[in-house]
Design a protein. Structure first.
Length: 167
């Protein structure tokens, strides 16, 4: 992700700022890479953020970028979509169910040029970014916990009604 952003910057597309949220043992390595790629004025390592504060950070952004290939559930992507952010993500099993190509974001191969092209497309096209962001928010609403709980309750009610109807 950082190399792709450095390439965008090198092409003159330097009107971005990336917030990297989270912490871990690779923090120093990541900071060194940020420094080496001359991205210190474009990338901020926020560190760990309490879950209750994450929504504040999502609302700071215009686009949610995601380069993990090991995500298994895509929950962080759904959270970003709920905040109205379109997504640019590297194709992996965890995102296939949530990122709909050209509808709420873009899925790219693990290729920094292609990933960077989609980031550039969303940052340069306000109408596209707003359309995909709105659609992302609507899509994420289908995963709302209250809606999900209602669906589960309805399912159990149907099963119980069928079970009790056979007595």
């Amino acid at each position: 992700m950082l190399e792709a952003l450095a390439e965008l910057k090198g092409e003159g597309h330097d009107d971005f700022h990336l917030l990297l949220i989270g912490d871990g043992p690779d923090r120093e390595i990541i900071q060194t890479q940020i420094d080496t790629l001359a991205l210190t004025s474009h990338v901020t390592l926020v560190g760990a953020v309490p879950p209750d504060d994450m929504a504040l950070y999502y609302h700071l952004g215009d686009v949610f970028v995601f380069a993990s290939i090991s995500e298994t559930q895509g929950m962080v992507i759904l959270e970003a979509m709920a905040a109205g952010l379109p997504v640019v993500a590297v194709r992996s099993s965890g995102i296939d169910d949530v990122v709909r190509e050209g509808f709420n974001g873009f899925k790219t191969p693990q290729n920094r040029q292609k990933w960077g092209q989609q980031v550039r497309a969303l940052t340069q096209d306000d109408a596209l970014r707003h359309t995909l962001g709105h659609q992302a928010q609507q899509f994420a609403a289908d995963y709302d916990i209250a809606k999900f709980a209602g669906s589960v309750a309805h399912f159990y009610a149907e099963v119980l009604a069928k079970y009790h109807g056979k007595s």
